[in-house]
Write a protein that binds this ligand. Structure first.
Ligand code: SF4
Length: 496
């Protein structure tokens, strides 16, 4: 059914990442379900489920205002239409397609972030080409008056990160928090699962990972419930344990809200306001609230802008540490069956089961491993985009190429995020049950992260020797009498 055109005579094109009321101005809508959105590369099955479920729930919410087209490609939906407007979509590929095929399509400024693109570009153009997340975050805090008092940050400093680095409670196997809010599946989820099964059977799509239960919010209503639950139950523990990980607690105190925000069903302003209200009215601890606000209004917003600011070449041409290794089969297939390293098997298994890991598992375990082993940063970025349920074209490049892999030579982070097993041991309960020893760098029980750390420094030394923050680690590395042995051992290592 084709809905009546609104007073402007235009129909709002609804694309991935635009599945909430934030992208709706009240008129008719063309919701495009292009098979290519879900099948272009092998993605996590739970991710395909979530994004398709969000799309179809949006169609139901819009009711008579929605025209739902199921096509192979976006091009099929755009050609011949001259009545569309669209909020500028959140990927270069989609923007190019809309501009190429949607002749006459009116492009509206992007939405769904704390600051707009023009404002960021103006600020970035004034700088030296290196803009720190911290500076962006301070600007946002001052502009919005968030956690400010008389022009000064509450708590005396903009970042209370130093209070947010606790290891997990000693002896604990979980943080002991109640289960997070979970959605209730409905007939749309059944239909989505049925269609994904069919696509797999007919060979149209190939997925990895498990899709047993939907665990993330896909509508604005669900997202609000998840947000309320998080600020009431988990926010207080988010800060201190945000850098910790436990084998048997896959959610820890994290919010699980990156999915609804990236789907476009949850406004980041609403998320920040909810955390601020919890602090103001319900005594939520300042360090937790500040740490959470920084994730949403600082880091998330910053990597969105870097995606546009760095442009097409970022990633394609960056490989500052000369990393060219192919991603191994077990990694691509999320197959933990042969992995002995408990930290890594916990991460790969969790990713297989949920399509999601909290950020310290992404950074300290997966990213650290990939950095040490020299995985190709562009392929790695695509992989993270495809197998994480919150993965999008815009969110992964600065996170993976920049923050995690240091492949941009330091545009995003001042040094590589590399660490040995001792740090993992401090921030987790993984090592106690592992056949490797985090203190050992040679021998059958040498920790692959500890040995891998030194082997990585040895390999990357020419590229890192002028980095002030790497002077000490490189000095320590040069003093190791067994360095050659460590390097040779790690060159032989297969699945850890
Ligand atoms: Fe991971 Fe090493 Fe600890 Fe095993 S000993 S869990 S491989 S850090």
């Amino acid at each position: 059914m084709t809905p009546d055109r609104g007073s402007t005579g235009r129909t709002r094109l609804v694309l991935p990442g635009q599945y909430g009321p934030l992208f709706d101005d009240g008129g008719p809508a063309l919701v495009v379900e292009a098979r290519e959105f879900f099948t272009a590369r092998p993605v996590h099955r739970a991710k395909a489920h979530l994004w398709l479920s969000a799309l179809r729930h949006r169609v139901r919410e819009l009711g008579d205002r929605a025209e739902h087209v199921q096509v192979d490609s976006l091009q099929d939906a755009l050609v011949g239409r001259d009545d569309l407007d669209v909020v500028d979509p959140p990927s270069r590929t989609l923007r190019a397609q809309v501009r190429h095929w949607g002749r006459g399509t009116e492009i509206l400024p992007s939405r769904g972030f704390i600051t707009d693109e023009a404002e960021f570009a103006e600020w970035a153009a004034q700088g030296t080409g290196r803009f720190r997340m911290e500076t962006h975050y301070e600007r946002v805090r001052r502009r919005e008056g968030w956690l400010m008092q008389s022009e000064q940050p509450i708590g005396g400093t903009f970042s209370l990160d130093h209070q947010n680095r606790e290891p997990p409670p000693k002896g604990a196997t979980t943080l002991g928090l109640p289960e997070p809010w979970w959605p209730t599946e409905d007939d749309i989820d059944d239909e989505v699962r049925h269609d994904l099964d069919r696509w797999e059977r007919d060979g149209t799509a190939r997925f990895v990972g498990r899709d047993d239960t939907r665990r993330f919010a896909v509508t604005a209503d669900e997202a609000r419930q998840a947000l309320d639950d998080f600020v009431q139950v988990r926010l207080g523990d988010f800060g201190p344990f945000e850098d910790a990980t436990l084998t048997n607690d896959w959610t820890m105190a994290h919010s699980l809200l990156s999915v609804p925000m990236n789907l476009g069903v949850l406004d980041p302003f609403e998320v920040v306001e909810a955390a601020l209200t919890a602090h103001r009215d319900h005594d939520a601890p300042l360090a937790s609230v500040e740490g959470f606000v920084r994730q949403v209004a600082g880091w998330r917003d910053y990597v969105w802008h870097l995606y546009w600011w760095f442009g097409d070449d970022y990633g394609a041409s960056e490989n500052a540490l000369g990393a060219h290794e192919r991603l191994p089969r077990w990694w691509q297939e999320l197959d933990a069956s042969d992995i002995d390293a408990v930290c890594l098997s916990t991460a790969i298994e969790g990713l297989h089961d949920h399509g999601w890991l909290h950020h310290i598992q992404r950074l300290m375990v997966l990213g650290n491993w990939a950095l040490q082993r020299g995985y190709d940063p562009v392929h790695l970025t695509e992989w993270f985009t495809d197998v994480f349920v919150d993965g999008t074209d815009w969110v992964m490049p600065a996170n993976i190429i920049g923050m995690s892999q240091h492949a941009d030579g330091g545009l995003v982070a001042t040094k590589p995020y590399a660490s040995g097993g001792r740090y993992i041991d401090r921030m987790s309960d993984h090592c106690g049950g592992c056949r490797y020893d985090p203190t050992k760098r040679v021998g059958a029980d040498a920790c692959p992260f500890t040995a891998g750390y030194w082997a990585f420094l040895s390999r990357a030394e020419p590229a890192l020797r002028d980095n002030n923050r790497m002077v000490r680690p490189l000095q320590q590395m040069r003093r190791l009498a067994d360095l050659d042995e460590v390097v040779a051992q790690e060159a032989r290592r297969g699945t850890p």
